[in-house]
Design a protein around this ligand. Structure first.
Ligand code: CP
Length: 341
């Protein structure tokens, strides 16, 4: 395994890359972050273009990718799919197919990022199918900028941030990924991604959620398999306070029930109201005894998912985590698009 092997590779699911490949990405992130703070230019992708198809909104992902490409000497092209010819329906008369779009795009750019999730899809799994279809027809790397199932750029950032904050010592550290009440009714990608990457790195992972909120069973099985290979552990709990006991890191986040696309967003919001007490509160953080550092990919629903004080106190990592999106994505772009340091 060498850095060169990541050139041309897609990153759609956390499982697309091995532990060694993520280790390489973290080493390259260290170098690029060091260069950034030393004001050393690092144009690894001069004259290269990264096209970004944003079907859904974003603050951090869009800004960090655009800034990343500027700092790497290339260009990020923001594309609102509504202003293109593309249709995801892929049937005669609907619009331009994914195949034709992907094959045309590869003639212009060196990598393609796609964000597709939440209200922009009709069923769970559709976004992943679209990304796989792009990957089939596009010979440049396809980077998942958040789908219904995975969010690998965020996941790399999360494990990088935990390594940074815990001096590289993440093995057997307990991370609790807790369901939290919010009217936002959010997807599964961030929580599933963090569960996968933390299991890959041998952490003790607990997903705490009310009974209706179990995540994708296939992803949970992947977490169990990764944890058993890495010497970590993976478990699901329906008892929040006992799950939090001994937590080094806590990730509070709302997510919807597995039938969200059948029942609709309004019904999903009604079910969630049963669990308004599920919150990472100041009281819960103080009771922990263990640090209970706040890891949250943002946007965070302050006052609902976590108390504002928890978001702003010394145990909160959220802004350093947001910044690290820039540095880790510079590594992903450099490695997949064949850049040289
Ligand atoms: N964490 C994250 O993906 O943030 P955005 O939705 O703002 O891009």
């Amino acid at each position: 395994m060498s850095w060169f092997d990541l050139a041309g590779r897609d990153l759609i699911s956390e499982l697309d890359w091995t532990r060694e490949e993520y280790d390489i990405a973290m080493k390259v992130t260290d170098q690029l972050k060091g260069a950034y703070y030393s004001r050393i230019p690092h144009p690894t992708l001069e004259y290269k273009t990264f096209a970004m198809l944003f079907f859904a909104g974003s603050t951090r992902t869009r800004m960090s990718f655009e800034t990343a490409m500027t700092q790497l000497g290339g260009h990020a092209q923001f594309i609102d799919p509504q202003t293109t010819r593309l249709s995801l329906e892929d049937k005669p008369g609907a619009g331009e197919t994914v195949k034709d779009t992907a094959e045309a795009m590869e003639r212009y750019c060196d990598g393609v990022g796609i964000r597709l999730l939440d209200d922009k899809i009709r069923y769970y799994g559709e976004a992943d199918e679209v990304m796989q279809k792009f990957a089939k027809h596009c010979r440049v790397p396809i980077i998942n900028m958040a789908s219904d199932i995975n969010h690998p750029c965020q996941s790399l950032t999360d494990i990088y941030t935990m390594h940074e904050k815990l001096d590289g010592d993440v093995k057997r550290k307990k991370i609790v990924i807790m369901w939290a009440w919010s009217p936002w009714i959010r997807g599964w990608c961030s929580v599933q991604g963090t569960a996968l990457i933390s299991s890959l790195y041998g952490m003790n992972v607990v997903v705490a959620n009310p009974p209706e909120y179990d995540l994708d069973p296939r992803v949970m099985q992947d977490c169990r398999d990764l944890a058993s290979a890495s010497g970590g552990s993976f478990e699901v709990s329906h008892d929040l306070d006992s799950a939090l006991d001994g937590a080094t890191v806590v990730f509070p986040r709302n997510w919807f029930t597995k039938d969200r696309y059948e029942i609709g967003k309004e019904k999903a919001a009604e079910i969630a109201k049963k669990y308004v007490s599920w919150k990472y509160s100041t009281e819960r953080q103080k009771k922990l005894g263990d640090p209970g550092y706040l890891l949250q990919c943002m946007p965070v629903d302050r006052g609902n998912e976590a108390d504002a004080e928890v978001c702003d106190n010394k145990l909160s990592w959220i802004l350093d985590q947001a910044e690290n999106r820039l540095h880790t994505q510079k590594a992903i772009l450099t490695l997949t698009m064949g850049g040289r340091l």
